[in-house]
Design a binder for this molecule. Structure first.
Ligand SMILES: [Cu+2]
Length: 83
């Protein structure tokens, strides 16, 4: 992925609970930068690769958890597997 925007963004994969917890943590510590296996943070112009294997049936939430971004709509829920 590549950040073509003018602000820093994050791309994070998780379920709805993970993302809510992650967003809450980032509201409390706005300067924190995540480089977890399920998350990349990108400054404007930066690019990175993230590989993830989806197993089983779940609803996955892709989101940017930088404070205000998730709330502004930077999220997408997707059902995976054989539902
Ligand atoms: Cu963002």
């Amino acid at each position: 992925m590549r950040n073509d925007g003018k602000l820093a963004h994050e791309f994070s994969i998780g379920n709805a609970e993970d993302q809510a917890r992650h967003a809450e943590m980032m509201r409390n510590m706005p300067a924190m930068k995540h480089e977890d296996p399920n998350t990349v943070s990108l400054e404007p112009g930066e690019q990175a690769r993230l590989s993830w294997q989806f197993l089983g049936n779940d609803t996955v939430v892709f989101s940017c958890n930088i404070p205000g971004h998730f709330e502004a709509g930077m999220k997408h829920a997707l059902a995976i597997g054989q539902n």
